[in-house]
Design a protein around this ligand. Structure first.
Ligand code: PEP
Ligand code: MN
Length: 288
């Protein structure tokens, strides 16, 4: 695998590269939330928006526990094409519910966009546009999303190097969007795809991003570990390693979640984790 060279930084990654050690950019969401500043930002909510009531209830709970962005998927990159009454996505209706729940509790929202034809629709409702891991190098999608003018969270594909990932971020910056947040969500290795390690969280990539780039980096401990028991330890490790935030699945009845029921945290577990993260943040000179 190619490493990031000085020539890359100068000629292929000029916008994404930091100008000197310690150069960091911040991403402002609606002038209320700053990502990449002194505060660690917690983005929490359901994997999939399931109903108006569900996302509103979750919004209240995560806000009370200290989250500052509400997450929720209305378009899901599901591995298999089949939908049932218990496995579903709501599309534009879900976007509305997410938006209304965010407004009701005073939280900006983040949601995934998979289809370049839907960029305008999604951008009407959400405050941050999420590019999923599987679409990290979908360059026409990156271009359209960049041009929508909203902050973008770019997940790392599970098979891509830091060089590839920064290359995808460079595409977004190149197309005129300066508000880019990186999100680590686990990588594959020969020994992954067991239930104990479907993906492996690359904690080391947090300081590596700091070394090469000025962009903020958050970690998704839910989609990377895929297993509830591993979510809190990895979230704690991410904040301890200097991540600017986490993106995490929370559900009132996790095992009944329409999508990813193995990984969501209950309200109780999320509240407990938030108390721990607040303490950990202090030890790395941050706050929540
Ligand atoms: C998600 O955050 O809902 C999601 C599908 O994530 P990923 O792209 O990391 O699988
Ligand atoms: Mn999910």
């Amino acid at each position: 695998m190619k490493d990031i060279s000085d020539l890359d930084r100068k000629e292929r990654l000029p916008l994404v590269s930091n100008k000197q050690v310690g150069h960091k950019s911040v991403v402002r969401i609606n002038d209320t939330v700053v990502i990449g500043g002194d505060k660690v930002v917690i983005m929490a909510g359901p994997c999939a928006v399931e109903s108006r009531e569900q996302v509103l209830d979750i919004a209240h709970h995560v806000k009370t526990s200290g989250a500052s962005v509400l997450r929720g998927g209305a378009y899901k990159p599901l591995t298999f094409p089949y939908r049932t009454s218990s496995v579903f996505e709501l599309g534009e209706e879900g976007l509305k519910y997410l938006h209304d729940a965010g407004k009701a509790v005073g939280l900006p929202t983040i949601t995934e966009i998979m289809d370049p034809r839907l960029v305008q629709t999604v951008a009407r409702y959400a405050d941050i546009l999420q590019i999923g891991a599987r679409n990290m190098q979908n360059f026409p999608l990156l271009e359209e999303v960049a041009k929508a003018g909203k902050p973008v969270l770019l997940k790392r594909h599970f098979g891509c190097s830091l060089r590839d990932w920064l290359g995808a971020a460079e595409w977004l910056l190149y197309h005129g969007n300066p508000n880019i947040i990186l999100c680590e969500r686990g990588v594959v290795a020969p020994h992954t795809h067991e239930v104990t390690s479907r993906f492996i969280v690359d904690i080391q990539v947090i300081p590596a991003v700091r070394e090469y780039s000025h962009l903020p980096i958050v970690v998704d401990p839910s989609h990377s570990t895929f297993k509830r028991q591993y979510v809190a330890p990895v979230a704690r490790a991410a904040i301890a390693a200097g991540a600017d935030g986490i993106l995490i699945d929370v559900h009132p009845v996790p095992e009944k979640a329409a999508v990813d029921p193995l990984q969501a945290l209950s309200y109780g577990d999320f509240g407990k984790l938030m108390s721990q993260l607040k303490e950990i943040a202090k030890t790395v000179d941050r706050s929540i």
